[in-house]
Each structure stands twice: as structure tokens, then as C-alpha cells.
Design a protein around this ligand. Structure first.
Ligand code: AMP
Length: 279
């Protein structure tokens, strides 16, 4: 495996094998969820690039940025073992050189006004811009992201359409621990007690899947919030949304794609997850 820290050196190498290039952007502290994306890309592409970049512009909470786990040596070893061809680990100045700006003003509303966007102002502007910038540097044909961050995939798809980038987005299923907790880099910050209650986020989502659409949406939400609270989580939201528009579903209306999305705190660690209720 090659490791590059400079975009110009990486770009010279990539020019040679550009015709079938898959790209997996991550913030590192890698786990099986990330590696599944790499494997997915390896099945479909000649060359697979994984970036590890903790993007400061998508953190609305400076404390969260500061505490975000960083395990670069372990990450490189995991990527090499998985067969990833290239790790791109740029510095902030390389991703955001002075004067760099988006070529088009993105219109993310109303997709970024709900759920994560409501609780993390500016987060999705940072995500859409960093993904655009990394795509500009790597120039892949395919981009691999996880269903775990469902709202993010919808927003990145909107960004791809608005910027006319010729990149196909592939979304891979959420990888979970045996007890259902979605794998996340932040999970390593959970205390043993918090780790015990963390799976209740997923249990609440499964309960919604069991109850939808027989029960009214607000009743399902109330039950899910209560389930998380009684387990010891501090839920932020539990929304049942149209998977295309991310807007809340109305009782009795017909939808072809419905997703339940939730965020909750286990101590100082913020967890998010989602399950598809209908597709
Ligand atoms: P992150 O490093 O958290 O920014 O995640 C990088 C990519 O990995 C994103 O596309 C995430 O959606 C994806 N990802 C993170 N956790 C999981 C998981 N448990 N299952 C599948 N994909 C994941």
C-alpha cells in the first residue's frame, strides 16, 4: 500500500490508474464499518483510495473535534491488511489552501434543516464542502459511503447533482456490533456502563419498525423516546422521515421510502443511527 501526504505526489500516481478509481472518505479511527466500504470498493474498482481527514469545518462543537479519536498508525495497518491501495492523509492546509472556495453555492435546504442539521448547525455545509474538495483532489469515478450516516448520503447526493461531478455514490449497509450498536469511531469513548445502554438506540429504532405504520407516527416517536430515556440515554430526536426529502412523514399518507433516524447521548458521547421502515 502507498501512503501519500501530498496531493501533488498522489495525483501523479493516480493519473496512471484513473479509469477505475473508488474513493472512501473517512475521519479515521477505523473500524469494520469503514473496512466494509473499502471491500465494497475493491470489488468494483481497480484502485481504491481511502482518505483519513478529521475535517474541522464539520464540527460545530470544538470539544468534539478535540476529543475525536485519532489512531493513524493502526488505521494504516488496517487499510493495508484489507487490501486498500492508497491512504490519503492530508493536512488541513492541503485540503483548504488559502483562497479555496466552492465553485457553486450549494443549496442544501431543506435537507440540512432537519435532524442532524437542526442539532448541528453548519455541520452539513462542512460535510458537503469537504467531500467536494476531496473528490476534486482524488477524482474518482465512484464514492463509497455508509447508510449509518443516512442524512449525509442524501446531502452528498444533492451536492453531486448541484456540482455536476461525474461521480456515482454507492451506499453500503450499516455494520453493527453483536448487540446491534452501530459501529462508530466515537464508540471507543464509551465507558463500560455507557456501552451497556448504547444499543437501546437501535432497539428503539427496531421498535419503530415493528410499530410502523399501524401506530400513529407521533405515538411511535413518543414510545421510542421513552424507551431510550428509561434505558439511560438522553435522546435528542427520533424522526420518521420520507427517505427522499428527509421531511417528516404524515399519518395515513403514502410513501415508497420511509426511514427512522435518531440521535442520543450516552454520557458525553453522541450516537446516531437509523433503520429503513419501508423501501
Ligand atoms: P466517519 O469516519 O465516521 O466520517 O465515516 C466515514 C464513512 O464510513 C461514512 O461514509 C460513514 O457513513 C461510514 N460508516 C461509519 N460507520 C459505519 C458503519 N457502522 N457501517 C457502515 N458505514 C459506516
Amino acid at each position: 500500500m502507498y501512503v501519500f501526504h501530498r496531493a501533488d505526489a498522489m495525483r501523479r500516481y493516480l493519473a496512471a490508474c484513473r479509469s477505475s478509481l473508488g474513493f472512501v472518505p473517512t475521519m479515521g479511527a477505523l473500524h469494520e464499518g469503514h473496512l466494509q466500504l473499502v471491500r465494497h470498493a475493491l470489488r468494483e474498482c481497480e484502485l481504491v483510495v481511502c482518505s483519513i481527514f478529521v475535517n474541522p469545518t464539520q464540527f460545530n462543537d470544538p470539544d468534539d473535534l478535540c476529543k475525536y479519536p485519532r489512531t493513524p498508525d493502526q488505521d494504516i495497518a488496517m487499510l493495508a491488511k484489507t487490501g486498500c491501495h492508497l491512504a490519503f492523509m492530508p493536512a488541513v492546509e492541503e485540503v483548504y489552501p488559502p483562497g479555496w472556495q466552492m465553485p457553486v453555492a450549494l443549496q442544501l435546504s431543506p435537507l440540512d434543516q432537519v435532524m442532524e442539521g437542526k442539532f448541528r448547525p453548519g455541520h452539513f455545509k462542512g460535510v458537503a464542502e469537504v467531500v467536494y474538495r476531496l473528490l476534486e483532489l482524488v477524482e474518482p469515478q465512484r464514492l463509497y459511503m455508509g447508510q449509518k450516516d443516512f442524512q449525509q448520503t442524501v446531502i452528498v447526493q444533492a451536492m453531486l447533482q448541484q456540482t455536476n461531478l461525474p461521480v456515482a455514490l454507492r451506499v453500503a449497509d450499516t455494520v453493527r456490533e453483536d448487540d446491534g450498536l452501530a459501529m462508530s469511531s466515537r464508540n471507543r469513548r464509551l465507558s463500560p456502563e455507557q456501552r451497556q445502554v448504547a444499543p437501546y438506540l437501535y432497539r428503539a429504532l427496531l421498535e419503530a419498525r415493528r410499530l410502523y405504520p399501524e401506530l400513529a407516527v407521533d405515538e411511535i416517536q413518543a414510545r421510542a423516546m421513552a424507551l431510550m430515556q428509561s434505558a439511560g440515554l438522553r435522546p435528542e430526536y427520533f424522526d420518521i422521515v420520507d427517505g427522499h426529502t428527509l421531511q417528516p412523514v404524515a399519518n395515513g399518507a403514502k410513501y415508497d421510502y420511509v426511514v427512522a433516524c435518531a440521535a442520543a447521548w450516552a454520557g458525553e458521547v453522541r450516537l446516531i443511527d437509523n433503520v429503513t421502515l419501508r423501501c
